[in-house]
Design a protein. Structure first.
Ligand code: ADP
Ligand code: MG
Length: 230
């Protein structure tokens, strides 16, 4: 168990001078970024600004990135993408468990995302929202310290998206991972995150702490109404 001081100073992500170029074009231009343990961060930016490139680097999926940094142990990092990336030839529960054991934990995770009873369904029997729930469950069973999400709700309709916002925020409260959520939806960023970053010209152009409870109270009546139908 971490001591209180360790808890306060632990960082999930610490980037120094992170730089990435493609064919001489610099996409990430010396990024410094600290994400404390447990913080929910949203990363905004225009299409092509380098959000996915940054996320891939943080995930350790990019070996050509330059700079230094420190990350949570890679085995404690989970990534969720815009498409669920469920394996179509495996049932939902098997997708969630992939590479892990503990069937009970898998069932629990599915229940947590509202997919109780769908353990034996095939991925193509799920709606887009349900598939993303399964993807979140697959992340959860790994008990990530850092959850990376690249526009995870970008392909969903507006109402399903709101339900997913409620779900993600509840999962975050319960499990307290650090989250880096890439989105181009300003509303999504403000509703969900405690800190919003904007990527501009290869740098963090804006680093904004969201003042609670004001922006969330604006949304709460709406979220409250949908919570009952989750
Ligand atoms: P975003 O996710 O913000 O839309 P990306 O990180 O996907 O942006 O891409 C940022 C820029 O880097 C884009 O101009 C894109 O074309 C370029 N890029 C990303 N990945 C590659 C790659 N593997 N090869 C060449 N260019 C790339
Ligand atoms: Mg992208």
């Amino acid at each position: 168990m971490a001591t209180h001081t360790e808890q306060l100073t632990r960082v999930a992500v610490q980037l120094r001078g992170l730089t990435r170029s493609f064919g001489g074009r610099t996409v990430l231009d010396g990024i410094d970024l600290d994400i404390p343990a447990g913080q929910f961060v949203a990363l905004l930016g225009h299409s092509g600004s380098g959000k996915s490139t940054l996320l891939r680097a943080v995930a350790g999926l990019d070996h050509e990135v330059v700079g230094s940094g420190r990350l949570t142990a890679p085995e404690r990092v989970s990534v969720v993408f815009q498409d669920s990336r469920l394996l179509p030839w495996r049932r939902v529960l098997d997708n969630v468990l992939l590479g892990t054991d503990g069937e009970d934990r898998g069932r629990e995770a599915l229940a947590e995302v509202g997919l109780e009873g769908r353990e034996r369904a095939w991925p193509n029997e799920l709606s887009g929202g349900e598939a993303q729930r399964a993807a979140l469950a697959r992340s959860l069973v790994r008990e990530p310290e850092l959850l990376l999400a690249d526009e995870p709700f970008g392909a969903l309709d507006a109402l399903t998206r709101i339900k997913m916002h409620v779900l993600l925020r509840e999962l975050w409260k319960r499990h307290q991972p650090s989250v880096l959520l890439v989105t181009h939806d300003v509303d999504e960023a403000i509703v969900l995150a405690d800190r919003v970053l904007v990527l501009e010209e290869g740098r963090i152009g804006l680093d904004l702490t969201i003042d609670r409870p004001h922006p969330r109270s604006y949304r709460d009546p709406l979220l409250g109404e949908y919570r009952e139908r989750l």
